[in-house]
Write a protein that binds this ligand. Sequence first.
Ligand SMILES: Nc1ncnc2c1ncn2[C@@H]1O[C@H](COP(=O)(O)OP(=O)(O)OP(=O)(O)O)[C@@H](O)[C@H]1O
Length: 587
Amino acid sequence: MKAHAVAAACLVVLLVYPVVNPWQPYPQAVLLLGFLLAIQASSWNIISGYAGYISLGHSMFLGLGSYTVGILALRWGVNPLWVAPLGGVVATVVAVLIGSVVLRTRGHAFVIITIAMLLAAQIMAVNLRGLTRGSDGITLELPFWHRDFQNIPFYYAFLLLLVLTVLFSAWLRRTKLGTGLVAIRQDEGKAASIGVNTTRFKIVAYAASAFFIGVGGGVYAYYLTFINPVGSFAILGSVTIVLAALAGGRGTLYGPVVGAFLVNLVSEAATVYAGGVQSRVLLFGGALVLVVLFLPNGLLPTAGEWWRRRHPAPVEYIEQPVVSSVRDRLPERPAKGEVLLSLRGVSKRFGGLVAVEDVSLDVRQGTITALIGPNGSGKTTLFNLITGGLPADSGEIRLDGRRIDGLRPWRRCHLGLGRSYQVTRLFPDLTIQENVVAPLADSRWRTMLSDAVHGHEAERARELLDLVGLGRFAAQPAGALSYGQQKLVELAQVLMLEPRLILLDEPAGGVNPGLLGRITEVIRELNAAGVTFLVVEHNIPLVLDLCDPVAVLAGGRVIAEGTPERIREDPAVLEAYLGAGWTPAVR
Ligand SMILES: Nc1ncnc2c1ncn2[C@@H]1O[C@H](COP(=O)(O)OP(=O)(O)OP(=O)(O)O)[C@@H](O)[C@H]1O
């Protein structure tokens, strides 16, 4: 709230400034270039801050906007200002086209390709002479307003664009798209397993990060009244954007804006006192190294962290009872007994190691089926094959009769498959409520753009947190909870998907006995409400008490299946896993 108040106060000052000082074109020019850099850094932040995919060629969109407007003004004789939004449209379309190819992969390829694209755009601008006039560049008409107004119309145009960019970025961060992007940054595999269509999210983020830069580029071309390939597609422009966002605080709303103003001031000082472009390259290179070394999180997050350390907010660990029955809150399920998940001849190798071999297994509707076995017997690998975290080498996996082994993880999730992890994988930069809001039960745009802070999705997340007894921690960061509480949050996260089948990987692992009671209580209630479970667990007394039937895996193969009573006496199970003379100890 305080940050928004400070931002509003700064905006008022900036709005009033040209009115109070109308005859000072130089400070106006410095400020308007600051606005332009802030527009770029704030937009870049959407793909590279929120989603964590670093683009080193983002100034390409500024050049695309400039050239779109320059070419249209040249051909049609229209005023550049009126067609500046088309610069944004062209930048967005190009971003979708590039993103659709590059963002299907994870990791570093994206960084390299963004630089290559920037250089390719420059080469095209040089060579498509018929369209761009090549290296000679395009000269635009002078602004239509009277000279006395100087930079003021540009000043307000860039300020308006900056306000729109920040509002857009703030709105986007509050949607499920925004929480999904942060989830991708923190753990892309886990994000996919909770229904986030990571490919689509990244393409949308990349396109969203291009629009306002493209519009800004259009206005900038008119401001300069001249554009050429070297100036419009300069690598230094991209470096400046990255530096501004990193210095201010990548991934925050206002960090890139603050960073942009700082970098712009330094850039101006270099131009005035240190001889211009050459010194700027040196200065920015050095500054980038210093920021990475000494301010890795950027100015605003570092200052915020310092403040929180001095004024710590108390974190409560008070146990809260389950507030009401799960039964009231879940949709009706179909009758017990039908096969819900079916595996036939599923195998997986890692090089020479056979982790899962020819596994055939049925999980029936309404059961809590256990999957047990010694360490390294392939249980987690089998979970990964079912949810799509790993591709199977052979075999068939069906959910409710539908073959799912060729589907991406989020598609399997949308069909009703949820999972928790052996070691909890909450997203540490999201609050507990955001962690629970993040899953997507379907692939509709409406769901993706729904509000994650207020409204139906957020209310449902609060309900589910209440359900597992952690509603009071909703606004805390995920790391503030004990391990067992994190397991419960992960369960609430899975429930957000209203899954038909939940795969639980060691729900009791590392959990204190008090919380373990809570976890089993929730599992029983959910099961009574019709949710089916497949549980991997080493706590055998718990398994024998909670689950029926039980399947035993050893060396990647199913060696026994049946009721708990049968399994505890099966000679093959006693030999491979439980040990001869095994008797259930008290839990
Ligand atoms: N990504 C991987 N690359 C190579 N080998 C792997 C990989 N994942 C698992 N393995 C190997 O596959 C085998 C089965 O591992 P997995 O984690 O599925 O067993 P598990 O039954 O879940 O064990 P635990 O009970 O200890 O969690 C092990 O030998 C393991 O080392």
